[in-house]
Write a protein that binds this ligand. Structure first.
Ligand code: FES
Length: 213
């Protein structure tokens, strides 16, 4: 497995023939498994899948969970491999195929759609060359996925990039964000229009004064 460190480099998206948890992951695994009784180690399936995906992202630039990693999780947890496969293929947050360096997840559920998620999707298409959801750009830097409600509807539309939420997005802010990522930059997450948390645009309208002061 080749280490890919430059944020501008295309990730190594080849299927590995073996997988072993590295020191960072092993340290985290010890802490995770300490939470469960020895005969309930299967409870670690979800967090170990997450660890494997993060390690793949750290080492190859493509955050996904190959079958050999699922097999290693089954070995560590002392469960049948199929029990890991069925969990990995059920939850959308686990990528069971290689992805680009950045995972652009466009929320297309009703509040985001009403607030312009189609323009976010179209801006990503225009600046990455991606034509459809599920595709990875030719340079390997981006994969675009459509996701259901991300729980940030109040600041819709939401674009999740890897672990971060970018909120109140439109075509212009999406284009600026993707171009910054191409340069290896990581813009600040949060509202693109300067909204304070989830307050109304322009600032809070209620509870602005404290009675008695
Ligand atoms: S509908 Fe997009 S965050 Fe809820």
């Amino acid at each position: 497995m080749t280490a890919t460190t430059s944020p501008l480099a295309a990730p190594d998206r080849t299927e590995p023939t073996s997988f072993a948890f590295d020191a960072i992951s092993l340290d985290a695994i010890a802490k995770i498994l300490a939470k469960y009784p020895a005969d309930k180690k299967a409870s670690g399936t979800l967090p170990l899948l997450d660890l494997a995906q993060r390690q793949m992202g750290r080492v190859t630039g493509s955050a996904w969970v190959p079958v050999v990693a699922m097999d290693e999780i089954a070995r560590v947890l002392d469960i049948a491999p199929v029990r890991v496969y069925e969990v990995a293929t059920f939850y959308l947050m686990y990528n069971t195929k290689p992805i680009g360096r950045h995972h652009l997840q466009v929320c297309g559920t009703t509040p985001c759609w009403l607030r312009g998620s189609d323009s976010v999707r179209d801006a990503i298409k225009a600046c990455t060359g991606i034509k459809h959801y599920g595709e990875t750009s030719e340079d390997g830097l981006f994969t675009m996925s459509e996701v259901e409600c991300l729980g940030g509807c109040v600041n819709a539309p939401i674009l999740q990039v890897d672990d971060d939420y970018y909120e109140d997005m439109n075509a212009e802010s999406t284009t600026a964000l993707v171009e910054a990522l191409k340069r290896g930059e990581k813009p600040a997450r949060g509202s693109s229009i300067g909204r304070q948390n989830s307050a109304p645009e322009g600032g809070p309208l209620t509870l602005n004064t404290i009675v008695g002061e």
